[in-house]
Design a protein around this ligand. Structure first.
Ligand code: GSH
Length: 202
């Protein structure tokens, strides 16, 4: 498999999952501003949506949309336990978390990063994130991970998105359970490996 990624972007989530699953994969770095890959490919041709992540499967087929890619990887390494079996209530719970992260958190960050977004809109978006974090902090009380004691694909995604708070001056210390959760995920060896490979940590 080959993962197209941009350092620190949402593609970090499937990157973490590939390592946690012990899968064999290659990485191809994308310059998202220029839509070129490190090896000179036109990224628009790889993904006409112009977005990472893209996972190229061993069959040559391409899969996009992070929350789907992580489920594909987990389902192809069932022994990793990174996602509960399809059709079980626990699987729907994981999907519930993936959908919350994508729709309530991930897509709120984009306009805050953009220099052309009006300050009022940025302020409102940060307030909205804060409200979600208030709720998340309560959910994480007494829990190691989103699903309990076991790390799942939902944690890889939430961690990836929470990393971005540092870029917009949101201090996670305001939410002690969320901060402890973030630090716990950040300390996992495979998570560190992925971040190192993307040049995010030494
Ligand atoms: N719906 C897509 C969104 C992916 C996405 O937002 N990718 C961002 C990086 S986090 C990107 O590549 N942005 C570049 C662009 O839109 O030009 C998914 O969940 O995978």
């Amino acid at each position: 498999m080959k993962l197209y990624f941009a350092p620190g972007a949402c593609s970090l989530s499937p990157h973490i999952v590939l390592r946690e699953a012990g899968a064999r994969f290659e990485l191809e770095q994308v310059n998202n501003a220029e839509k070129k890959t490190k090896s000179g490919e036109d990224f628009w041709k790889v993904n006409p949506k112009g977005q990472v992540p893209v996972l190229v499967l061993d069959s040559g087929e391409k899969l996009t949309e992070g929350p789907v890619i992580v489920q594909y990887i987990a389902d192809h390494s069932p022994a990793s336990g990174l996602a509960p079996a399809a059709g079980t209530m626990d699987r729907y719970r994981v999907q519930e978390w993936l959908n919350f992260t994508t729709s309530e958190l991930h897509k709120t960050f984009g306009p805050i990063f953009r220099p052309t977004t009006p300050d009022e809109f940025k302020k409102l978006s940060k307030e909205n994130l804060g409200k979600r974090f208030d709720w998340l902090d309560k959910q994480l009380a007494g829990r190691m991970y989103l699903m309990g004691d076991k790390f799942t694909i939902a944690d890889a995604y939430l961690f990836t998105v929470l990393r971005w708070t540092a870029r917009i001056e949101i201090d996670l210390a305001k939410w002690p359970n969320l901060k402890a959760y973030f630090d716990r995920v950040a300390a996992r060896p495979k998570v560190r490996e992925a971040m190192k490979a993307e040049g995010l940590i030494q």
